[in-house]
Design a protein around this ligand. Structure first.
Ligand code: FUB
Length: 308
């Protein structure tokens, strides 16, 4: 596929061509994709890896937003959310997801908390999928000490959010242990206790929940270096049944992080690897997209990265 990118300032400009195939963007390093379909448009949200070459630690201060009506030509929007938009946070624009509800758009994002040591999850809100977004609470939704068995300061990362057909919202997240909690209809408060997801062997991080033909899927990053695996259930509250590998190691990156969407009759697996440019790697990652296919029994065919 030929991927085109339109860089925008305040106003959008005409698309400018980028190299074909995966990774889809080469002008910036992008990581931890999430995606949402709204009115015939895909909105793709990513973290921004800003670490200079050979600096082997995350440098991430903001999130990015791109949109497309064909998964080929992408428009880049002005930066819609930064760590500094959460006054209580101090650094690390880690993984995130945006979801639509009640005519608004809610962005769940992991950051380093400014006062309590460790990662926290905030939620920002906007009237538009492209922002600007602003802090919806003025405080973290999930604080670094929210989960009782935290042994690491980055236990509370990688939010994924889902609203079921009855309108019940769920937040899933976590490193080493996967947690979930119900969300109130306002999407900015938990509605009940934090629970642990069981039945996810070798869980590391990066949960993504989606639904397809009556099945719920919980895909996640497993082991380290990470591969993406998945489990299936008839209920978001489990029991989850482990189904195996969805995508093998992500090239030159220790992490992988996925989003799964259906768009115009095709399913897509959106993820990152360390493949773009000679400086690419675990801290300079790049978003890739490949088609995703289901077997008749609902299980997923393994995704192999393509380059065109
Ligand atoms: O981008 C920072 C962290 O790396 C994310 O939170 C994890 O999912 C991994 O991709």
């Amino acid at each position: 596929a030929l991927f085109l990118l339109a860089a925008t300032a305040a106003a959008q400009t005409a698309p400018a061509p980028t190299p074909a195939g995966n990774p889809i963007f080469r002008h910036k390093y992008t990581a931890d994709p999430s995606a949402m379909v709204q009115k015939g448009t895909v909105y793709l949200y990513t973290g921004h890896d800003e670490a200079p070459a050979r600096q082997e630690r995350y440098v991430m201060h903001e999130w990015l937003c791109f949109s497309s009506t064909d998964m080929v030509n992408w428009t880049e929007h002005p930066v819609p959310l930064k760590v500094s938009d959460f006054a209580w946070a101090k650094d690390d624009a880690w993984a995130s997801q945006v979801i639509a509800r009640n005519g608004k758009f809610y962005w769940y994002a992991a950051v380093e908390h400014g006062c309590i040591h460790g990662k926290a999850i905030g939620v920002a809100v906007s009237d538009s999928p492209t922002g600007p977004f602003k802090d919806a609470r003025g405080s973290a939704l999930i604080t670094p000490d929210a989960t009782p068995d935290d042994k690491i300061s980055w236990a509370d990362i990688d939010p994924t959010v889902f609203v079921d057909s009855k309108g019940q919202g769920y937040l899933f997240w976590g490193n080493t242990t996967c947690y979930y909690a119900k969300l109130k209809a306002n999407m900015t408060e938990l509605d009940g206790p934090i629970q642990t997801v069981k039945g996810l062997p070798r869980y590391t991080e990066a949960p993504w929940v989606h639904e397809h033909n009556g099945w719920y899927y919980l895909s996640y990053a497993s082991e380290f270096p990470e591969k993406i695996v998945y489990a299936m259930s008839r209920s978001l509250e489990g029991p989850w049944e482990y189904k195996g590998i969805l995508n093998e190691l992500a090239g030159n990156s220790n992490t992988n992080h996925q989003a799964i969407i259906d768009f115009k009759g095709q399913s897509y697996f959106i993820y990152h690897n360390g493949g773009a440019n000679t400086d690419g790697g675990s801290f300079r990652r790049s978003v890739c997209i490949d088609s995703l296919y289901y077997n008749k029994d609902g299980t997923l065919k393994r995704v192999v990265m393509t380059t065109e």
